[in-house]
Design a protein around this ligand. Structure first.
Ligand code: GUN
Ligand code: ZN
Length: 409
């Protein structure tokens, strides 16, 4: 059992967080055993880390492992960026050795950023997805992982047959579903432009029969939307997914920027989950996410890094971007912090297990080095949300196991 004397900060609701100063947190692989005020009589044996801040491990609900090495490759328009940078890089993962190296590198980088849980797209090769699962399992990550599916309109190096895309995804699902309590499969049709109707409806049927997760991209870029409407002869992008049965309460839709009222109603009717990717939306000049409109429909909004269109893995950086990328709507620090912890956990149905610091929850933690000179407690949360991405992550813990620890200087 680890016992650390430290400062803790945990979300309570989207509007409230709480600081526990000079407390002791104790945990092991069975979860958080207790959190209590430091007591010199009881707590002689604990590590004194009052120089650190203990937070719930961060959760990233949308990230592309296969693009990790091309962060910042510039091309400010989705379809051109995919062709020029993304597709050539994803093609490299056809080599299993490359896919393994990239996966190992990616999970280490997640932990160094304090992220304990991620929802991941891999390259469109079953072996690359398998390598990502193997790396997640050996490094101790908590993740939902899926092989990107694309059977239409892409470069020949990446295009799969419909059967390959579907049956290899099902194989990966059967192999990883329920095998490791930290890992889950997520069906991953890339977006409407790279998937046939047949593929998407086979995915939808299977996912609904087995109650499986689905992730895809929706309504990110104006040019993309025009192509989709022509190709599928539909009134809206959202209608395309709805007709094919892809919209469920376990479907995570990334971006969701250019939606009209009817589309918002469809998404709300199916209780779809939204991965808001503020940094990516501005890197690619895709547009501004209408946070108030989606929140008004009670849609569950999570935050994703969307690396590599997002430029960094740090979820603290993306919390700040969620504020900065609203030109008129202000998101308070309590809400930003909640989004990247308990809010994202709730989106994934994991709110009873992770997302906040509470006895009985699984121990997904990250420890940041507090700035010096010390900040007053009343300024801490705001400072964390606006420049916490500069504070060093000292340790990341997933399900009670330390997955990253900075070496002593
Ligand atoms: N739409 C389809 N594929 C992608 C991708 O890899 N990244 C982003 N941002 N949008 C996409
Ligand atoms: Zn994406």
């Amino acid at each position: 059992m680890r016992k650390i004397r430290t400062k803790l900060l945990t979300p309570l609701t989207p509007d409230a967080a709480v600081i526990y100063r000079d407390h002791v947190i104790a945990w092991d692989e069975d979860g958080i055993a207790f959190i209590r005020r430091f007591d010199p009589a009881l707590d002689k044996d604990c590590e004194d880390r009052r120089d650190l801040l203990c937070l719930p491990g961060f959760i990233d609900v949308h990230v592309h492992l296969s693009q990790y090495r091309i962060r910042g490759a510039y091309e400010p328009s989705l379809l051109n960026w995919l062709e020029r940078h993304v597709f050539p890089e994803e093609a490299r993962s056809v080599d299993p050795a490359y896919a393994k190296t990239l996966s190992d590198e990616f999970f280490q980088a997640l932990f160094i950023a304090g992220t304990s849980t991620a929802v991941i797209y891999t390259a469109p090769f079953a072996e690359a997805c398998e390598a990502a699962f193997a790396s997640a399992a050996s490094s101790g990550a908590r993740a939902l992982i899926g092989m990107t599916m694309m059977d239409s309109n892409g470069p020949p190096e990446l295009i799969q047959s419909t059967d390959y895309a579907f049956s290899r995804s099902v194989e990966l699902f059967e192999r990883w579903h329920g095998r490791n309590p930290l890992l889950e499969y997520v069906f991953t049709p890339r977006f409407a432009l790279s998937c046939s109707k047949e593929l998407m409806s086979r995915v939808a049927d299977f996912a609904s029969a087995r109650s499986a997760w689905i992730q895809t991209h929706l309504s990110e870029n104006r040019g993309e939307i025009e192509h989709v409407l022509q190709l599928f002869e539909a009134d809206s992008y959202t209608q395309v997914y709805e007709r094919l049965g892809l919209l469920t309460d376990k479907t995570i839709l990334a971006h969701a920027i250019h939606l009209d009222e009817a589309e918002l109603d469809i998404l709300a009717a199916h209780a779809c989950k939204i991965a808001h990717c503020p940094d990516s939306n501005f890197f690619l000049k895709s547009g501004e996410f209408n946070y108030p409109a989606l929140a008004a429909k009670k849609l569950r909004i999570g935050i994703g890094s969307d690396v590599a269109a997002g430029t960094a893995l740090s979820m603290l950086y993306h919390a700040k971007m969620a504020n900065f990328r609203q030109s008129a709507h202000s998101l308070k620090p309590e809400r930003l912090f909640h989004h990247i912890t308990l809010g994202n956990a709730t989106l994934l149905g994991l709110e009873e297990r992770i997302g906040s610091l509470e006895p009985g929850k699984e121990a997904d933690l990250c420890f940041l080095r507090l700035p010096s000179p010390a900040l007053p407690d009343e300024d801490l949360l705001s400072a964390l949300c606006f420049w916490g991405h500069e504070w060093l992550v000292e340790e990341t813990v997933v399900a009670g196991r330390t997955v990253f620890r900075r070496l002593e200087a």
